[in-house]
Design a binder for this molecule. Structure first.
Ligand code: 5GP
Ligand code: MN
Length: 333
């Protein structure tokens, strides 16, 4: 765990990037806009400097539809095209080596490794670790790296960074001093913030609506959890997923977590193909009454083999729906 008052030193990261002959950037599995936006922003700058660069993630095979229009997406390569030995390996938005999935083995073959991340549970698995748990997004941390490096944030880079910023702040709901200042700077490059947000957050196929009806219809409230803090939860089953993408699945937790009666929310998401495998999203209330002693779901997720942030975390679970619910309830005791 990183203490939040540890100063964040940008120098080693900047020097590693500046000295690199070629760079491989890895995003986390089930990549979201913060990991892909941060990775592509960095890749665009490196390409501009004439440095060979590739970006990859282990799974799933295809990038979420809403991320395919990010500038620099052509720099993404399939995991099989990431050689066993690379020069500088940079991971973005990954709290642990496990978040690299099958690409985790590339760490050993790298000349040097740079970890850029904002997860509280970060395990500091790089040779150079640029980790700021106070950063609202990894994209914001990348912006600081580019400033320290003296590299301009032009419109394509700003587009990628804005994508990470707007999604990791929940459309600027979870903000800190500096968040809006960065947004202002990025928008000042001429990018269309409204259009980027619409594509990332407000666009779903029609099938999203019946999926929500089914999933939310089976949501449950367990008011006694954690001494009365309460848990609201729902299951997204494989049969609910037909024809829908990651954006639709990931949207569910944002609705479940609005339940006023519960300080904790969970969504159990069944794997599309592997029987008995689920990914779990956890959230806890981070403002309002009682928030000062809000539940640290990062610690709960870490105990269950995952990790994350104090108020947003996740893990992978195995078993029946009843098994995994029981395991979470036990961890929340
Ligand atoms: P989400 O619910 O959006 O998938 O994840 C919430 C937060 O927890 C994200 O910041 C994500 O990086 C982290 N997280 C989700 N699943 C895992 C996991 O299996 N391992 C770790 N270390 N972090 C996770
Ligand atoms: Mn992030």
């Amino acid at each position: 765990m990183i203490s939040t008052d540890e100063p964040v030193e940008l120098g080693p990261a900047v020097r590693a990037l500046d000295a690199a002959r070629s760079v491989t950037i890895l995003c986390h599995v089930q990549p979201d806009a913060d990991t892909v936006g941060s990775g592509l922003a960095l890749a665009l700058v490196l390409r501009r400097r004439g440095i060979p660069v590739r970006v990859s993630f282990a799974e799933p095979a295809a990038l979420a539809v809403s991320l395919r229009t990010l500038p620099g997406a052509e720099l993404l390569v399939p995991p099989a095209e990431v050689p066993a030995e690379v020069d500088l390996l940079v991971t973005v938005d990954c709290g642990s080596a496990g978040r690299l999935g099958a690409l985790g083995d590339r760490l050993a073959g790298a000349g040097t490794t740079l970890v850029i991340d904002h997860h509280r549970s970060n395990t500091r698995f790089g040779a150079i670790n640029l980790i700021d748990p106070d950063a609202e997004s990894t994209a914001g941390l990348v912006a600081r790296v580019l400033d320290a490096w003296g590299e301009e944030i032009d419109a394509p880079v700003a587009h990628c960074l804005y994508a990470g910023l707007v999604t990791d702040t929940g459309s600027f709901r979870w903000v800190r001093p500096g968040t809006h200042g960065l947004a202002e700077r990025l928008l000042g490059t001429g990018i269309d913030g409204a259009e980027i947000s619409r594509g990332l957050l407000d666009t779903h196929p029609f099938g999203w609506l019946p999926m929500l009806a089914s999933v939310l219809g089976s949501a449950r409230l367990a008011p006694g959890v954690r001494g009365g803090i309460g848990l609201a939860y729902a299951f997204v089953r494989r049969t609910d997923l037909r024809g829908l993408g990651a954006e639709e699945v990931e949207s569910v937790i944002d609705i479940v977590r609005t339940s006023a009666e519960a300080g904790i929310a969970a969504v159990f998401k069944e794997h599309r193909t592997v029987d008995g495998r689920w990914t779990v999203s956890l959230r806890s209330r981070n403002s309002g009454p009682g928030a000062a002693d809000g539940v640290d779901v990062s610690a709960v997720a870490t105990a269950l083999g995952g990790g994350g942030h104090r108020f947003a975390a996740g893990y992978t679970a195995h078993g029946t729906a009843d098994d995994i619910l029981a395991a979470l309830l036990a961890a929340l005791e």
